[in-house]
Ligand binder design. Structure first.
Ligand code: FES
Length: 174
């Protein structure tokens, strides 16, 4: 496993991008309307108030995550082994394009498609973010999420596959 990993047993919250450094904006389900996408950053409780750590997290190329709230009743196809990675209509995917690592930043909520502006790869969120157009060959990795007793989104674990471009996969091909 490469990319972001949670550290030993600590709660990993999702923090919104809009938060001023030094202030932690932990995200709750009611912070998002149906059909919305929010860029969030996984962070540990021990990062609170640590500006340097927050800055480092924001600079880390594998840190940004797209938190998406689908509209109720949206049909979804899940990948085997990832059936419980979502929290109701909420899904979290790495924002780092699996082609060459640009941020896949545009979200079309009508068609549930995320677009990477660098080379126009498109990922279908309702089909576990599989690529449906462009050069990307792998889906955007999904982050398993839930909501804790305080009502905030937390990660239930790390990504189970590499975040971003799979250079190592290509290198090992014969
Ligand atoms: Fe996203 Fe090339 S980096 S399509």
């Amino acid at each position: 496993i490469t990319g972001w990993k949670p550290l030993g047993g600590e709660t990993v919250y999702l923090r919104s991008q809009s938060g001023v450094l030094g202030e932690i904006d932990r995200v709750r389900p009611e912070d998002m309307q149906p059909g919305a996408m929010m860029t969030v950053f996984p962070f540990r409780e021990s990062d609170r108030g640590e500006k340097e750590l927050l800055l480092a997290a924001e600079r880390a190329s594998d840190a940004p995550v797209m938190l998406i709230r689908l509209r109720p009743g949206t049909e979804v196809t899940k990948r085997p082994g990832q059936e419980d990675f979502n929290y109701g209509d909420y899904y979290a995917f790495s924002k780092i394009c699996t082609h060459l690592g640009c941020p896949a930043s545009q979200y079309d909520s009508q068609n549930h498609i995320t677009l990477c502006p660098c080379h126009q790869s498109e990922f279908l969120i309702t089909a576990s973010a599989k690529p449906i157009f462009g050069p990307a060959a792998r889906p955007l990795p999904q982050l398993p999420i839930t909501v804790n007793e305080e009502g905030y989104f937390v990660a239930r674990g790390g990504f189970i596959e590499p975040v971003g471009p799979g250079f190592w996969e290509r290198r090992t091909r014969p």
